[in-house]
Design a binder for this molecule. Structure first.
Ligand code: NAD
Length: 500
């Protein structure tokens, strides 16, 4: 079964991954079409930027209202294109509008002009810092959260005053198109948000076009290609890539809460979550008790298409091969499947798989699986868990379950990841004020929060001379007298020795 098929006549089909049914045909936008969209966006960006903070905020809040009123239609389309349960799709729309609301309301406060203290030597200057829009931002999105994930960039880029050209995943072109249609009902004057559809080459055309920034979300392998294309024009990028997130359980953790969170983090959306739980490290004192609770919860889940299913199919057919390979590698290397096993892969579905005693060099531990599977490993203490959790080239997010607040905070700080939830899982993603992004092979740059707004703006520094300085140092007229005075002032200000 294929989910995105190029028809050979300038269009491609999007399919329902559960049934194989053709949902719609979408245009393949080629390089010329992408460049034309970027050109239109350039004019739209001037208009959008000139509206000012209040007008943009009002319009974005109205876009939020329109998306919310269309929640049912959006959720149904997300369900059809990805296969995820409608209830999960509703959650996705709800989280999206929460972020749009935050971005709209906070843009001026975060990016608007503010005064900066010039320092004693430059007291004659009055300094202003403000953040200007970049112009046109290209957003390339994945399919696993086809609305929430790209909107993590789109909403913040728009709130910062940019126009956006969005290339949705070829698996979810309908969601991207519907988003742009709803946006246009609120902002009909100019094409401030446009969608270009197609497969990889359409994304590549956007990456090498005349945009001022690319916000890419997808696999690490594709991010490297996008970055190489962007290097040609020195176009900066934000890269939100894959992960291999760890989940740590301490001896004094609430084991019921930890098991429920781990199973949700690993299995919801069929494990197709960049910040999903892929590895669990449990302190030995509570290992057996935790495994008991985790297996009980995992065994109760069912993959399927109906309303009663816990989660849907694997959206991208070739991912089934990766999942199968990782399960096999874990078992070949001496691991045990305590829930499910190779037979859990029933294309296009995968039932829950819990693997134990898997060596750390197995691909099930070292590579992103992106399926409803999880490895559980016994550790002596949380220190060992941190070392193992950090022994990955990825660094997206993590979770820590512990009774001691200070211990959990300490461990969270030592985890090499962009985000960590304590006594919860994936909680950071729903909090718009918190920045989201990874380190290492998980990418760089931040979406969400104040950092996410600044990601789509350029700092503009302005300083105005209010009166002539007592010592004019930037003049060919300066002499020995001025230099002696400067030396005295600098020595007074900075020449002292500092004690504790
Ligand atoms: P992908 O890399 O296959 O595709 C992502 C997007 O890139 C698609 O729109 C695709 O058409 C486009 N693309 C493909 N080739 C391109 C090229 N040469 N130039 C430009 N664009 C190109 O990823 P995917 O399968 O859609 O998404 C799953 C991956 O995304 C997983 O690794 C997941 O962890 C990651 N992800 C990360 C985050 C995050 O925020 N860090 C969020 C969601 C998903």
């Amino acid at each position: 079964m294929s989910v995105a098929i190029e028809t050979g006549s300038g269009t491609f089909e999007s399919l329902n991954p559960a049934t194989g049914e053709v949902l719609a045909e979408h245009p393949v936008h080629d390089e010329t079409a992408v460049r034309a969209a970027v050109e239109r966006a350039r004019a739209a960006a001037v208009w959008w930027g000139s509206l000012g903070w209040r007008e943009r905020r009002l319009r974005l809040l109205n876009v939020k209202g329109a998306l919310t009123r269309d929640l049912g239609r959006l959720a149904e389309l997300i369900h059809q294109e990805t296969g995820k349960p409608v209830s999960d799709a509703i959650l996705e729309v709800a989280a999206t509008v929460t972020h749009l609301d935050w971005a709209a309301r906070h843009a001026q406060k975060v990016l608007g002009p503010r005064g900066v203290y010039p320092g004693v030597v430059a007291l004659h200057q009055k300094c202003t810092l403000e953040y200007h829009p970049l112009g046109v931002v290209g957003v390339i999105g994945p399919w696993n959260y086809p609305l929430f994930t790209p909107m993590g960039s789109i909403a913040y880029a728009l709130a910062a005053g940019n126009a956006v050209v969005f290339k949705p995943s070829e698996y979810t072109p309908g969601v991207g198109t519907l988003l742009a249609e709803i946006f246009e009902t609120v902002v009909p004057e100019q094409p401030v948000l446009q969608v270009v559809t197609g497969l990889g080459p359409t994304g590549a055309a956007l990456a090498s076009s005349d945009v001022y920034k690319i916000a890419f979300t997808g696999s690490t392998a594709t991010a490297k290609k996008v970055m190489a294309a962007c290097a040609e024009n020195l176009t900066p990028i934000v890269a939100e890539c894959g992960g291999k997130d760890a989940f740590l359980v301490d001896a004094d953790a609430d084991l019921d809460a930890a098991a429920s969170a781990a199973v949700w983090g690993a299995m919801s959306n069929a494990g197709q979550t960049c910040v999903g739980v892929e590895r669990v490290y449990v302190v030995e004192d509570v290992y057996d008790a935790f495994i008991g609770k985790l297996t009980e919860r995992a065994e109760a889940l069912r993959a399927g298409a109906g309303a009663e299913a816990s989660y849907g199919p694997i959206t991208m057919p070739r991912q089934l091969d990766v999942i199968e390979r990782h399960i096999k590698d874990a078992l070949d290397k001496g691991g045990t499947a305590v829930v499910g096993g190779p037979e859990s892969v029933r294309r296009p579905y995968v039932d829950p798989v819990v693997l134990t005693n898997v060596p750390e060099d197995s691909t099930a531990v070292s590579e992103e699986t992106f399926g409803p599977t999880v490895t559980v490993t016994k550790v002596k203490d949380l220190d060992e868990a941190v070392v193992k959790a950090n022994a990955t080239s990825y660094g997206l997010a993590a979770a820590v379950f512990a009774g001691s607040r200070s211990r959990a905070m300490d461990v969270s700080r030592r985890l090499r990841s962009g985000m960590t939830s304590i006594n919860a899982v994936i909680a950071f993603a729903s909090i718009p004020g918190l920045p989201f992004g990874g380190v290492g092979e998980s990418g760089f740059g931040r979406i969400h929060g104040a950092d996410g707004l600044r990601e789509f703006a350029r700092a503009k520094a302005i300083t105005r001379q209010r009166f002539n300085p007592p010592i004019d140092l930037t003049s060919f007229a300066r002499g020995d007298k001025e230099m002696r005075r400067l030396t005295r002032v600098v020595t007074f200000l900075h020449g002292r020795r500092y004690g504790r």
